[in-house]
Design a protein around this ligand. Structure first.
Ligand SMILES: [Zn+2]
Ligand SMILES: [Zn+2]
Length: 445
């Protein structure tokens, strides 16, 4: 069956679960914006006099928002322009304050549907507010920068802490190839970093199935794998904005978001490699400086995860170390951030103990090595992909110092309760012992 036939359906999966996919339409076509009014009508079953809020930021309004607005007006919709204000670093942010302002504006407008025009932040804000208002949402994507378009989750900053909110995915995702290929280079390379992360996150997921009996779905883990040759056989195509490479990447990002929606968690697309990016974001927020795009940081995290796996799988007979009993509270400071991190780490302790028990069994280590054989990509491969696609492979390339990256790498295992390769590296002493060597070897150019 073709993947597109799953849109808008519930289906019995060979994993034994029934998966639901509320996203009903995926359009990647030069007529995308022209198709918008018809899609809004089809996806909402509402009359043509409906009020539609077209939400964009100052830049995405010019890229696609104005055209989307005009197309809706031509089709007799009552379109209302809503521009999300920029934050202090020049672009909007997804936090509780911005959410509150947008929600008030939308409440005052009273739309029957929200059309978001943008990528990461605008998509998250529109998904979040439309969910809060209980109305459907359509996104007109402006960049292949991340995999959240078809996902149900929103990852805002609330009270200074990055949290995850379970909302609802859009009913349709629309994009035009020329708009996606014309987005800034750093956004396309960010999407590339976010999509190659799945080789590492899938390794974590598969590892947790063995060590912790975590539920695993082969279909969700391998969804859209046949798109990979389009952007991985010749990753230069991403840097050169080759139409088939960028189209393949955008589709891979869409389906990666779908996998998260089907699973109801971010597990198919996010593992230890994502922790580096989340930690860099949290540090930047606490210290009031900027950070790079999610996917560019995730690319560096993917390289680090690949290097950790390589070191781990090389070990013949492990000596397990006791894990740090608590988080490094001094690093996180005081207030809600340190409390949130401490709660996550505390919640991980049972898994850490269970993994240690597993690995201490006769043959436990060999079973794990065999189970993972051939799954994580080598750091050589990941670095090669990133460099050829124009992604970042060093701290400098994501705008942070070696010391900041080192600090993030040494604290990233504290922020999430789920077991990942980063925890395993701590158990085996690769962290902290070999971090400097790994950074020197893999993350210095
Ligand atoms: Zn399944
Ligand atoms: Zn991501």
């Amino acid at each position: 069956m073709k993947l597109s036939q799953l849109l808008g359906t519930a289906f019995e999966c060979r994993c034994g679960r029934t998966h639901r996919l509320p996203v009903r339409k995926f359009v990647y076509d030069s007529t995308g914006v022209e198709q918008l009014p018809g899609i809004v009508r089809d996806c909402t079953d509402l009359a043509s006099s409906l009020r539609v809020a077209v939400v964009a930021d100052a830049r995405t309004w010019e890229v696609c928002g104005r055209r989307a607005f005009a197309a809706l007006e031509r089709a007799q919709f009552d379109a209302v322009e809503v521009i999300v204000a920029d934050g202090e670093h020049g672009t909007p942010i997804c936090d509780d304050a911005t959410f509150g302002m947008l929600l008030a504006r939308l409440r005052g407008t009273g739309p029957g549907i929200v059309v978001g025009v943008g990528s990461g932040v605008v998509n998250d804000l529109c998904k979040w507010t439309s969910f809060e208002l209980g109305i459907p949402y359509v996104v007109v994507a402006t960049a292949a920068s991340m995999n959240g378009y078809a996902a149900a989750n929103v990852a805002p900053t609330v009270g200074g802490v990055k949290i995850l909110i379970e909302a609802r995915p859009p009913v349709a995702v629309i994009a035009e190839p020329d708009v996606i290929a014309g987005a800034p280079q750093e956004m396309i390379s960010a999407g590339f970093g976010d999509t190659i992360a799945k080789h590492q996150s899938n390794s974590d997921w598969w590892m947790n199935r063995l060590l912790l009996g975590e539920y695993h779905c082969d279909f969700c883990a391998s969804i859209a794998g046949d798109l990979e040759p389009l952007y991985l056989t010749r990753p230069e195509g991403i840097r050169e904005r080759d139409a088939s490479a960028v189209g393949g990447l955008f589709a891979a990002l869409f389906w990666s978001g779908v996998a998260m929606t089907l699973m109801g968690t971010s597990v198919p697309a996010s593992g230890g490699e994502h922790l580096l990016s989340h930690t860099l974001d949290m540090i930047a927020m606490a210290r009031g400086h900027e950070h790079d795009l999610h996917g560019r940081q995730v690319g560096v995290g993917t390289l680090l995860s690949a290097a950790l796996y390589e070191e781990i799988l090389r070990i013949e007979a492990p000596t397990l170390r006791p894990l740090p009993p608590a988080i490094d509270a001094r690093f996180w400071g005081t207030g809600p951030v340190v409390e949130a991190v401490a709660r996550q780490y505390e919640a991980k302790k049972d898994s850490l103990e269970a993994v240690q028990r597993y690995l201490m069994q006769q043959d436990g280590w060999n079973r794990l090595r065999n189970h993972l054989a051939g799954l994580p990509r080598s750091p050589q491969t990941v670095r090669d992909w990133l460099q050829r696609a124009g992604g970042a492979t060093s701290p400098e390339a994501i705008g942070c110092s070696k010391e900041q990256l080192r600090e993030a790498a040494l604290h990233m295992h504290e922020i999430r309760k789920r077991f990942t390769v980063v925890d395993l590296a701590w158990m085996l002493g690769i962290l902290p012992d070999s971090l400097d060597e790994i950074m020197q070897k893999w993350l210095s150019r």
